[in-house]
Design a protein around this ligand. Structure first.
Ligand SMILES: *Cc1c(COP(=O)(O)O)cnc(C)c1O
Length: 383
């Protein structure tokens, strides 16, 4: 294998563009300096279109889970009731957090690989008027499902006063996201997925209803107190030392997104989803999700005639290509291909080609080139 060569095709962390790496490699500056204030003043407003909001986007230092936890502790006091929609491992993380913080946790779990059921949510809210927040995962990374968040927010707003709290860690910046228009109250994401950065920044935007609820919440909180971040952001600052280098990288990542155009970024992810799915269909590899539920950022395959983890380890050893496996109840059952962030349609072709070679090496009966051809045909017709 060629040393120092790797293809990271997992749904986060994702590859970093060279210009973003260079931006992060600048000399350190003080986080209370005028330079950092100016940097934050330039960067923070440019996150708003990605969230689809006029609200401030708060920048926290930590992994994506920090933003999930901030949403939980700021929104809900102990003993209040929440409904968690579990469609996979990350929905389940919200459930565990709510339970950890003494929230009366109601759960609606879908079959893994499927989106949540809106009628079920509506019926549940009508029967449980004490629910103060509904937690949902936009892209459920563990199953490669993109949940219908716009429709969910509409149902929740129509049938309750509950906040709509959404984890968009593995898709914000790659799929259409209209926080204000749809009626999302707390929307969170992280830096290491579609935003093309290393792990270390977490982001949260909060609606007016969300802020009102947070103000009323007497639960103790300190590092996670989102009010501190909001106040500091008004002074182009952060309450604690931020990951300065990552904020430098964020500025360049936003440059790249703006240069390509957010609409085009979204279209590119649609295209890469379509290429990937058509390739696996042509190879007769069973997809975990339906066309309707499929995420533009990650695709999951549930093979029946070989072991997913055998393919993964062969590709890693042979080509330095890393694919993701299954989590929790899907462990060993699936492999997942990430196609988000700094990923081009040509990267998808390369990944499919490597998977075909890997399958033949494993002794799986496929016709070489069939998947690649199907992906190429999608690409040709898109250009
Ligand atoms: C990656 C991810 C997270 C955050 O995980 P961290 O490891 O804390 O960054 C949360 N939700 C979803 C849906 C994710 O894909």
């Amino acid at each position: 294998m060629l040393p120092d060569y790797q293809l990271l095709r997992i749904p986060g962390p994702t590859p970093i563009p060279p210009s973003v790496m260079r931006a992060m490699n600048q000399p350190m500056i003080g986080h209370r300096s005028a330079s950092f204030q100016q940097l934050l003043a330039r960067v923070a407003p440019r996150l708003k279109p990605l969230f689809g909001t006029e609200q401030d986007v708060l920048i926290l230092t930590g992994s994506g889970t920090l933003a999930l936890e901030a949403a939980v502790v700021n929104a809900l006091d102990e003993g209040e009731a929440a409904l968690v929609l579990v469609t996979g491992a990350f929905g389940d993380r919200f459930r565990k957090m709510c339970q950890t913080y003494g929230i009366e946790t109601h759960v609606l779990e879908s079959e893994w690989g499927c989106a949540f059921d809106l009628e079920q949510v509506q019926a549940y809210l009508q029967q449980h008027s004490n629910i103060k927040a509904v937690f949902a995962t936009y892209c459920e990374t563990s199953t490669a499902v993109l949940n219908p968040i716009a429709e969910l927010a509409e149902v929740v707003k129509q049938h309750s006063d509950a906040l709509v709290i959404v984890d968009a860690v593995s898709c914000l910046g790659a799929v259409e996201t209209e926080m204000d228009k749809w009626g999302i109250d707390i929307l969170v994401t992280g830096s290491q997925k579609a935003l093309m950065l290393p792990t270390g920044l977490a982001f949260a935007a909060i609606s007016e209803q969300g802020w009102r609820k947070m103000e009323q919440n007497s639960r103790p909180r300190f590092y996670l107190d989102l009010r501190r971040y909001q106040t500091s952001l008004g002074d182009h600052s952060t309450p604690f030392t931020p990951a300065v280098s990552l904020v430098m990288g964020l500025e360049q990542a936003l440059n790249l997104i703006e240069e390509e155009g957010l609409d085009q970024v979204i279209k590119r992810h649609q295209l890469m989803k379509e290429m990937t799915r058509q390739a696996f269909k042509a190879l007769d590899l069973p997809l975990l999700t339906s066309d309707e539920d499929a995420s533009p950022t990650v695709t999951a395959v549930r093979p029946s005639n070989f072991k997913a983890d055998d393919l993964r380890s062969l590709l890693r050893k042979t080509f330095g290509l890393t694919l993701a496996g299954g989590q929790q109840k899907l462990k060993g059952e699936i492999f997942r291909v990430g196609h988000m962030g700094y990923c081009s349609p040509l990267d998808v072709l390369q990944t499919i080609t490597a998977i075909e070679v890997g399958l033949v090496r494993l002794g799986v009966n496929i016709k070489l080139g069939k998947g690649t051809q199907a992906a190429e045909e999608v690409l040709v017709h898109d250009l």
